[in-house]
Design a binder for this molecule. Sequence first.
Ligand SMILES: CC(C)(COP(=O)(O)OP(=O)(O)OC[C@H]1O[C@@H](n2cnc3c(N)ncnc32)[C@H](O)[C@@H]1OP(=O)(O)O)[C@@H](O)C(=O)NCCC(=O)NCCS
Length: 226
Amino acid sequence: MGQVYLCFAAPGFAWTVHRAAAGGTMNSPDGVWPGEAWLTPREASLFAEIKSPRHQRDWLAGRCAAKELIRDYIFQITGRALACSQIEILNDENGAPRPLLPLNLEISLAHSAGHGLAGLCAHSPLGVDLQQIRPVRSDLIRRVLSEHERAELEQHFAGNLVEGTLVFWALKEAAIKAQKERPAPALPQIAVTITAPSRAEIAVRDQRYSAQWGRWKEFIWAWAVS
Ligand SMILES: CC(C)(COP(=O)(O)OP(=O)(O)OC[C@H]1O[C@@H](n2cnc3c(N)ncnc32)[C@H](O)[C@@H]1OP(=O)(O)O)[C@@H](O)C(=O)NCCC(=O)NCCS
């Protein structure tokens, strides 16, 4: 498993880069909205095709987080300061984000309510997810979680089943993104085992993933990496 880096983008585009696996956190100064020049021409045309303002805002938050994360990573590794407009992130035929770079980097994106999360791992496929903490439908636990996971939910989240359900949901969505294959497995086919506080192992088909989750503002975030 490679080291996982995360970047969160909030409306107003303040970002924080977390060196997740190392356990440390680096706060870069609040980001300043860099204007349209930070998109490549192909990204700008993709953006122009998005009809809903809500989706536009989310898309920008995801791209902002991803570009800042890649910029930070490349600067740390090579000392080279890239402009955002030198990093192009398109989507492959399954929708997975694909950065066009000379380095082989795996990235994953999620966005919710105008907030963006990007994850990066140098060599291992990874997925990230972001879930706004909100009431969930009462049948969701039964629909999404296996009997074993429901027991884990009761054990680890006894005081807060809603937040716990969203943790399982985010972990499963992160694993779906790490796997990339389509059709995606149904959520009940993804087996989550909590191994320690904020840590889990996930089995999907014949793949195994290590995962972590946490809280940021009013969101649950999760990543899964093989
Ligand atoms: C891929 C999927 C997980 C995206 O989830 P979402 O909640 O729609 O959106 P998120 O904000 O979490 O993530 C969006 C990002 O996922 C990424 N993504 C899309 N398809 C992907 C794929 N096949 N593999 C990896 N990442 C993918 C994209 O980068 C996208 O952002 P972008 O379009 O701005 O580049 C979802 O569409 C999917 O396929 N789900 C299948 C499982 C399911 O049914 N879940 C519903 C829960 S009941």
